[in-house]
Design a protein around this ligand. Structure first.
Ligand code: IPM
Ligand code: MG
Length: 358
């Protein structure tokens, strides 16, 4: 099979972890006889430095041509005080919108070898295996009106949280479809005791649910969900929520996995005629400028994102399983980076995963 992949390593540790993700991808392609057509592009802070904009037109073109895009991380401290439009993050929001990847899947699971790396008590972690399904192209991140207007005491910042029935329906169907293949439970998270967007969210989720009679639906308010995630994380299967709630709660979920460096993510949306999902794959962690360039970043979130790409964009379930099993073997062997109390380098972990794949 031909795998047409665009890589956007981005900023900070993004380049280091993406290099290991691509090492694993090359290894898998060679082992299973796939032809890898890899291009590289600019997005984020590095794109601002080299082209003046976080999301160059050339990158947009490359992304539309590729079957799948893998990304590193975005954000550099020199842009901390720049307006939203001139920040590296704008590139990320732009490409998500261009590709129409409205569903962001963030799996959170407890690895046996990492139970002690989590600040949560071991007994709470047993059996944790959930996917946070975050709506990715709507809500506060994109809603208008937005901006800062006025002056003095009347200077005002505005953002708009808005969702249409159609946007809620498609992400709800995605969540229920996933749940049907797993533990058959969807927890829909909202703030319907206060927000109209959440009231519509809940109404539409309830309307869609009967299409999936085998899946159980429950609702949870977002503040309670933040508490339940650390109180009783094993209760969750698919946790469905809007964009900003998902941004916040997925960082919280990362403490369950022991390190945010462990979390992969897949952003999917439109389905091609071939049945493949147009996809964007990135670790959940940020660019971590404080440790960039030292070769100590954990590449497993990036490598797990490669596994997700093989599965969702190319339907290569066996190859994806091989990568996931190799990651687990490497964890069990104790080849881990500093965030997991090990002393391996980023590169050593990537090479160990390739070796474990065989
Ligand atoms: C994430 C990140 C991004 C987001 C930032 C970098 C724009 O935090 O993917 O979770 O908020 O979506
Ligand atoms: Mg985030």
């Amino acid at each position: 099979m031909q795998l047409k992949v665009l890589a956007l390593p981005g900023d900070g540790i993004g380049t280091e972890v993406t290099a290991e993700g691509l090492r694993v991808l090359r290894h898998v392609a060679a082992k299973y006889g796939h032809e890898l057509v890899l291009t590289e592009g600019l997005l984020g802070g590095i794109a601002i430095h080299k082209t003046g904009t976080p999301y160059p037109a050339e990158t947009e073109k490359l992304a539309l041509e590729a079957d799948a895009t893998v990304m590193g991380a975005f954000g550099l401290p020199e842009f901390d005080n720049a307006p939203p439009d001139k920040r590296p993050e704008k590139g990320l929001l732009g490409i998500r919108k261009t590709l129409g990847v409205y569903a962001n899947l963030r799996p959170v699971r407890a690895y046996e070898a990492l139970l002690d790396s989590s600040p949560l008590k071991n007994h709470l972690l047993a059996g944790v295996d959930m996917i946070i399904v975050r709506e990715l192209t709507g809500g506060l991140y994109y809603g208008t009106p937005r901006g800062i207007t006025g002056e003095g005491e009347e200077e005002r910042g505005t953002n708009t949280m808005t969702y249409t029935r159609g946007e809620i329906k498609r992400i709800t169907r995605m969540a229920f479809n996933l749940a049907g293949k797993r533990k058959k439970k969807v927890t829909s998270v909202d703030k319907s005791n206060v927000l109209e967007t959440s009231q519509l969210w809940r109404k539409v989720v309830v309307e869609v649910a009967p299409e999936f009679p085998a899946v159980k639906l429950e609702h949870m308010l977002v503040d309670n969900c933040a508490m339940q995630l650390v109180l009783k994380p094993a209760q969750f299967d698919i946790v469905l929520m809007e964009n900003m709630f998902g941004d916040i709660l997925s960082d919280e979920g990362s403490v369950i996995a022991g390190s945010i460096g462990m979390l992969p993510s897949a952003s999917i949306g439109a389905q091609r005629a071939s049945g493949a999902w147009v996809g964007l794959y990135e670790p959940v962690h940020g660019s971590a400028p404080d440790i960039a360039g030292q070769g100590i970043a954990n590449p497993l979130g990036a490598i797990g994102s490669i596994a997700a790409m093989l599965e969702y964009s190319f339907g290569l379930v066996e190859e994806a399983a091989a990568v996931n099993a190799a990651m687990e073997a490497v964890l069990n062997a104790g080849v881990t980076t500093r965030d997991l109390k090990g002393n391996a380098t980023t590169e050593q972990v990537g090479k160990a995963v390739c070796e474990a794949i065989g």
